[in-house]
Design a protein around this ligand. Sequence first.
Ligand code: ADP
Length: 617
Amino acid sequence: MNNQIKFYQSIKFKIALVFALVLLLTVEIVGAVFIRQLEHQNLSTFKNQIQLQTYVTNSITNSLSKTDLDKSDKEIKTILNDYNPTSSAQIQVIDNKGTIRGTNEINNQSIVGQKTTDNNIKTAIYNNRTVEKNTYDSQNSKRYYTEIKPLIKNFGNNSEVVGAVFIKANLDPVYQNISNITVIYLFAAAIAIVLGLLISIVISRAITNPIEEMRKQTMRIARGDYSGQVHVYGTDELGQLASAVNNLSVRVEQSHDSTESERRRLDSVLSNMTDGVIATDRRGNVTIVNETALLLLDENEDQMIGKSILDVLDIHDKYNLRDLLENPNEFVIDFSDQDHDLILHAHFSLIQRESGFISGLVCVLHDITEQQKIDADRRQFVSNVSHELRTPLTSVRSYIEALTDGAWKDPELAPKFLKVTEDETDRMIRMINDLLTLSRMDSGTQKINTELVNINELYNYILNRFEMILKKDEHPEKTYKIRREFTKRDLWVELDTDRFTQVLDNLMNNAIKYSPDGGTITCRLYETRNKVILSVSDQGLGIPRKDIPHIFDRFYRVDKARSRKQGGSGLGLAISKEVVEALNGQIWVESIEGRGSTFYIALPYEPLAEEDLWDEV
Ligand code: ADP
């Protein structure tokens, strides 16, 4: 916007101009009427002045009526001489024959007795009519007023024109007078106009300055600067307008502040929401998007704004905007790819004005990946449990059937069959116990009773047990030995002895189970700055790379048949993981297929000072 107003466009200029024009027009009209009136007045005064008085015209009429011409001429001469008019008018007396009978001009007495050449005089006498005329003498460039008045003599009822009086007067003094007054008038008018102009400038400034101030203030408001105040000069309309502008500024600031705080609140609500929110205009183009939505969709805001929601959610194959607007719905969108899983629940609703006009859509995205995974896991778990139980049960049932069918009588078969059913039942009991342990750990009802334990001792104790079993076994299937690589230092760690024993038993059992050719099982114990590390390495089958991430999952087994044959339930490592994590530790595996595996357990460890140990004792 161009804020600069040219001077001739400004109200100041316009007011001053109008004022000046009105003033000029007034002065013009007043001047014209006044001068016209003045002229008229002066002329009529002048005419009155040069008029012969009645007694003079009567005397002249009488003289003209006399038959004695000489006497009559003398009388006329005397009358004209005696007559002393206020003006220097030239007077002639002419009889009805057209002869000039007298004049008041001393130097022009010679014309007396001559016939007049002036046709106007003849006409006036002939028609018995007064003739008045303004003439201009171009020789001496003077204006004259002439008046020819017939002289009438009454005889009883009759009357007769006996002659006429011709008066000629110079009008110049009259006009001179008028022009003098006109000059004075014009001078006064010029001063009035100049003064008027000055006043108009002052007045227009008085009007436009507050307007200018208000203009600047409103522009500041438009820019968002509410700091200024307009000066209120008075209580007139402009003063009230200035107060209104000041009020407006306060109101706009307040409403701007409240809109701003509303916006900030909305922003913080949106950005703190754990759900993604996307708002669109009525054409379905994104207008607002919160951070969660950006994170979920792995986009940045600039890319999202203005894009169609159908493209953003990649749903244009299944839905069009009309569907969403007419029937805002909710559905699940699967964004999963090879690298990561992402399943979103999208809930659409309309943004509607009070009038019912639909101004856009709001889509709330809820990440249900975890939930879906949990659901899938749960389904998988139920199916696994049923499957795991069905296999031993079927086998138990078939042996019992065989026994019932007569095998019980067979002294060789019967004990074998019963042994199998007993083993299978034991396996089921073990599995159910494992499941119960896991379920208790899941629900948090399984208590972890920690105590400060010398882990070197505990580990040795467990390994001794395994060595004892090894020694007792007179006909071992395979030969293996246990090697210990322990730190010399005693390490005291907070743990639940029973649970932790279960974990180490499990690792040792697995190491034996999955080393069909025996070999050495190396057990290590060492500490880092804040951790105690235990490891069990075998020289067995090892674990294929693809299975490594899953072996701590419930029921996961690399080779189901082998594991089952070995009496495994696929829950051992899952329980171990739960226990180690409950002790704030970590468990992991390193393995090479065909070469062997190493399971590691890291537990939090704080080296104890001497006096702490004495405290314990
Ligand atoms: P299971 O009762 O089947 O042994 P685990 O949870 O203890 O169940 O182990 C899960 C799977 O991990 C086993 O079925 C096996 O395939 C694999 N596994 C565990 N320990 C070893 C090991 N030391 N060497 C090779 N494979 C192992």
